[in-house]
Design a binder for this molecule. Structure first.
Ligand SMILES: Cc1ncc(COP(=O)(O)O)c(C=O)c1O
Length: 273
């Protein structure tokens, strides 16, 4: 495995960052997860734009898009695989031991790991913890992800692949690493960004391509939705067949099946939509 670290490709065991890196000590970092099929990255421009938005939100310098593009290409060329999870990590760099950031400048890592296509349907659970739609980190894809680690472990222990959160005012928000859509009376809805969810790239494409509405939804909409699906870079559109062990009628239902079809067609015909 060859990994890009701060300007060059290195063997995995030589790609080392400082133990004082602010990403490690306080979670002061950002990331992007991209899908790479046969060495080609999907939606790279949107991912780079979100990385820049996240960097500005954390007060980190804008990442150099040319360098990140070169890094992605180099990593993919050095590690050929049919389906890869390409990961960009960009942190505050070597820093003092507190929350204050040091002056050495950011750390940039690009790595890839092999993955397999997700199943078409999955089980989810709800969790009692909330997303904070008023946090300074809302909408930023930071490496401060331990809440998601805990919530995903709970899902896995229950035989599910995702946990869904409400926000602080009891509205449906998102999953640990996915956005959520529901079908009500034949219409497709997803929570608005003001709910505190991440501006998922798959979410944005599904909204654009299907005309799904962005709607404030109470968390218990999950009890009565006709269909539920998740979106994320590695799930694409994935139907939900059960919520907290309760079966959702037919998964994928007709609206979900149509969204899956549209997504596959549109994404298949444009690598960088
Ligand atoms: C918290 C969270 N919400 C939503 C998503 C989905 O975003 P995308 O479609 O850009 O992968 C992710 C991505 O991993 C995420 O971490």
């Amino acid at each position: 495995m060859r990994i890009w670290l701060n300007g060059e490709l290195r063997d995995a065991d030589a790609a080392k960052v400082s133990v004082l890196d602010h990403g490690l000590t306080v979670g002061d970092g950002l990331f992007e997860t991209l899908k790479a099929k046969d060495g080609s990255v999907f939606a790279l421009t949107r991912h780079l734009d979100r990385l820049t938005r996240s960097a500005r939100g954390l007060g980190l310098p804008d990442p150099d898009h040319d360098e990140v593009r070169r890094a992605c290409a180099a990593v993919l060329e050095a590690n050929p695989m049919p389906l890869g999870r390409l990961r960009i990590t960009y942190t505050g760099g070597e820093s003092p031991l507190g929350s204050e950031r040091g002056k050495t400048g950011p750390t940039l890592v690009v790595a890839v790991g092999e993955t397999t296509r997700r199943p078409d349907t999955t089980a989810v659970i709800t969790v009692p913890w909330v997303r904070n739609e008023r946090s300074p980190l809302t909408g930023l894809k930071t490496t401060s992800y331990a809440e998601n680690v805990v919530a995903l472990a709970r899902a896995n222990a229950a035989g599910a692949s995702e946990s869904l959160f409400a926000n602080t005012v009891g509205q449906l928000c998102e999953g640990t690493g996915s956005n959520v859509f529901v079908v009500l009376d034949g219409e497709l809805h997803t929570p608005p960004l003001a709910s505190g969810c991440l501006a998922g790239i798959t979410r944005a494409l599904v909204v654009e391509w299907t005309g799904a509405k962005e709607t404030d939804l109470p968390f218990d909409v999950l009890d009565r939705a006709d269909e539920v699906f998740l979106t994320s870079t590695l799930r694409d559109v994935q139907a939900v067949h059960s919520v907290d062990g309760r079966l959702v009628t037919t998964a994928p239902g007709p609206v979900t099946a149509k969204a899956m079809r549209i997504f596959d067609e549109r994404a298949g015909s444009d690598l960088d939509p």
